[in-house]
Ligand binder design. Structure first.
Ligand code: APR
Ligand code: PHB
Length: 400
């Protein structure tokens, strides 16, 4: 028996473009607040759920997932982390979060798992979440009824909204809803990328390891007690296929090398990908009745583990603003949204730039610049104030 197609909504309160962490968490928060929304995602569910991304959640992100009923598996499988390790000049230095930040910590739980959990809940609740539904345009941002034009099932459709939120990432279309010149983009590109790998081997450190070395940056992270996530700095344009497993492990060994008893366990590499490093901010994050959240509004280099958490912070603020509007008719929260979020965005941009430029060895970097980096790392090891500045930024703070 053929299942009758689900009737596509022609109208909703909040149209959400994109089902990454930003779009999915916003939809979950709105659904829990009784505000109807429709999520339109261009890719398939499988593609969205398998896309390898970050793995660090700030407490505010965890709290939002918990309050929206989306943290049952996170609470069971997530790993609470109380610090990270920095390495330079064959030295190791641990930055302890709780003692430096008044008790705060972070959680290790892959973005892929956050996305799976949110999709499962939304679909389980029958919330309108359409995959294979690419949005071609958002129009009418300066009207009371912005429209989202999309295709699904081989046909063109239009969704009439009270508001549209672009959660469609760096390559999305929602930014185009603003007139030419209305938005300003601030950008910085970095002269290196990351080669990221997943490996079926237990992580060789209990906490994350960020390593500065003359050969380039390396990061040891994890996905579970049996799966390691590792990254190494490579030139822009690197082909992941040019790196054999052995070459990857040999290079990671060289970059993590320290005096004393530590070794990097090896195992089969199951996934390789290269990601560029860039900082981008679009201001303002709103034009009329169209708002931007997450990577659609800002990009950070992953060194500070801020991308997912900034996306979550945006939609936490936005969901509160929509709830205020739905309850009282006041648009005060919506009107303040961009300025509220940009304060946190620029703090995260600076921290991500600081971590990236302190830990990476740029092509042709002068010895003077290397000495500055090593002096900064020595400072973190020697001064509780310097260590606290790094820890405070890494764990993040309350949203809004
Ligand atoms: N129509 C519908 N969906 C679209 C369109 C479009 N025209 N363009 C992009 N999308 C979808 C993408 O397929 C993707 O699933 O929007 C989603 C955007 O998700 P993300 O790029 O993950 O962005 P965001 O939700 O803001 O999450 C930010 O994800 O990319 C990482 O490092 C980033 O951790 C950060 C987090
Ligand atoms: C990850 O686990 O993928 C990860 C962790 C910390 C970072 C970046 C990525 O800074």
């Amino acid at each position: 028996m053929t299942v009758p197609p689900v009737p596509l909504p022609a109208r909703t309160t909040v149209g959400v473009v994109g089902a990454g962490p930003a779009g999915l968490l916003l939809a979950r928060l709105l659904h829990r607040a009784g505000i109807d929304c429709v999520v339109l995602e261009s890719r398939t569910r499988d593609y969205v759920e398998q896309r390898q991304r970050a793995g660090i959640l700030e407490q505010a992100t965890v709290d939002a997932l918990r309050s929206s009923g989306a943290a049952e598996r996170l609470d069971r499988e997530g790993l609470a982390h109380d610090g990270v390790e920095l390495r330079w000049g064959r030295r190791r230095h641990r930055v302890d979060f709780p003692s430096l930040t008044g008790g705060r910590r972070v959680w290790v739980y892959a973005q892929t798992e956050v996305v799976k959990d949110l999709i499962g809940l939304q679909l389980g609740d029958g919330a309108p979440l359409l995959f294979d539904a690419p949005v071609s345009a958002v129009v009418g941002a300066d009207t009371a009824r912005p429209l989202v034009r999309y295709t699904h099932g081989g046909a063109e459709h239009t969704l009439a909204c009270d508001y549209v939120v672009g959660c469609d990432g760096f390559h999305g279309v929602t930014r185009n809803a603003a007139p030419e010149g209305a938005l300003t983009t601030f950008e910085r590109a970095y002269p290196y990328s990351w080669l990221g790998v997943l490996a079926d081997v237990a992580p060789s450190n209990d906490e994350l390891v960020y390593a500065h070395s003359p050969r380039g940056f390396a990061l040891l992270s994890m996905r579970s007690p049996t799966v390691s996530r590792l990254y190494l700095q490579v030139p822009n344009g690197t082909d992941p296929g040019a790196w054999t497993d052995e070459r990857i492990w040999d290079e990671l060994d060289a970059r993590f090398a320290v005096d004393g008893d530590w070794s990097l366990a090896r195992g089969p590499i199951t996934q390789k990908s290269v990601l560029p490093m860039r900082s981008v901010v679009t201001e303002p994050m709103r034009w009329g009745r169209v708002l931007l959240a997450g990577d659609a509004a800002h990009i950070v280099p992953p060194t500070g583990a801020k991308g997912l958490n900034l996306a979550a912070a945006d939609v936490i603020v936005l969901a509160r603003a929509f709830e205020q509007w739905a309850r009282t008719g006041s648009t005060a929260g919506l009107d303040a949204y961009s300025d509220t979020c940009l304060r946190r965005v620029w703090r995260a941009e600076h921290f991500s730039w600081f971590m990236t430029t302190t830990l990476h060895t740029a092509p042709g970097q002068s010895d003077f610049d290397t000495r500055l980096q090593l002096s900064q790392l020595d400072r973190v090891a020697a001064s509780a104030h310097a260590a606290a500045e790094l820890a405070e930024n890494y764990v993040g703070g309350p949203v809004g």
